[in-house]
Structures are given as C-alpha cells and as structure tokens.
Write a protein that binds this ligand. Sequence first.
Ligand SMILES: [Zn+2]
Length: 203
Amino acid sequence: MKAPICAAALIVSVLAACVPASAVMKDNANAPAKDALECKPGEISACGLPSNVVIDMSKAKVQRTDAEWRARLSPLQYHVAREQGTEPPFRNAFWDKHDDGVYFCVGCETPLFDSTTKFDSGTGWPSFYQPIERSFVGVERDYSLGMIRDEVHCTVCGSHLGHVFDDVPRKKGRRYCINSASLRFMTRANYDAWVAANDGVKE
Ligand SMILES: [Zn+2]
C-alpha cells in the first residue's frame, strides 16, 4: 500500500500547485520585505518545479539581462518569476491578504490585479477573478507535471505569474491563481496618488 499512498500524496502535492489552486514604488510601505518571501535554505526545490513554458519575449517592453534580474529579485522571486517556479501554498505573502489596493508585477511594476477581484479559493495562493487589463496578462498552454494547464505571465516583462482555470462561475470570471512572489502590493490610497502622479498612464 505504500506506493499508492506515496503516489497519491505526490499527486495531491502536484495538484496543489494551483489546481484546486519605471516608477519605483518608494511610497509602498506595504511591500513585503524580501526576507518574508524567501524560502529557507535548501527549500527552493520544494517551491515547485519549473513549468518550462516558452514565453515569447519578443514583444516584451521590459528586457533585462539575467544578471539584472538576479540583482533586482530575491532568490524566490527570481525562481518563480523568471524560472516559472511555484511558491509554497499558505506560506506566501498575499494568499490571506484582504487589504484594499492593487497588486503589481514584481518584475516591471505594471498594475496587474485589483483587490476588489481577489477571492479565497482555498488553494493557499492569492486568487483573482480577472486582471486589471487583460492585455497585460498573457496565456500559454502548459503541459508540465503531466497536466494541461494555462500558464499566465506579465506581457510587459515576461515574468511568470501562475496559472488560470475555468472552475469558477463564468459570470464571476476565471480563477487566476497567482504566486505572491510575482506580485507587489500597493494600498488604494498610495495607488490613487501614484496614478495621479503618472497622469493615469503606466509606461
Ligand atoms: Zn512584469
């Protein structure tokens, strides 16, 4: 019985990987400290296997060298956003965050998701019914881990965000299951001030 149990545990853990589930933000006091997003030593592999989806970067407006990405991001942020990894469920910055505000791409600070569309999916990852702007979130079919899923990424910089599923009521939207490590958060008041300062246009 050991093998089936182990296999079942593996399947459950894999399914848990999201299957039921610039303007520098200097004023973002709510941005999680890098340390809060770090895996413990030797734990990176437990943060999820890379999906290896090929993301078309030719149209991405933000292009950085690998060294620049590594300098900009924490090891976990780099693993998730640039290597298509998955952070642990229930041990990430935003899965249980209920504050009013906007979630930005960690790679280029494009506003991607609004807290008004965030909901508790029970997966342990932040989940949203829809992006702020559909064109900012690209979708690629992902055949990794023996599953067929739809990977989602930021079209502005190519950073991996998570996956999207159609298992919520259609009138509500879709289930965008997003890694906290791919996001930064800004409160509504700071976001409104940021929009006003940028004339409402994000370049
Ligand atoms: Zn981005």
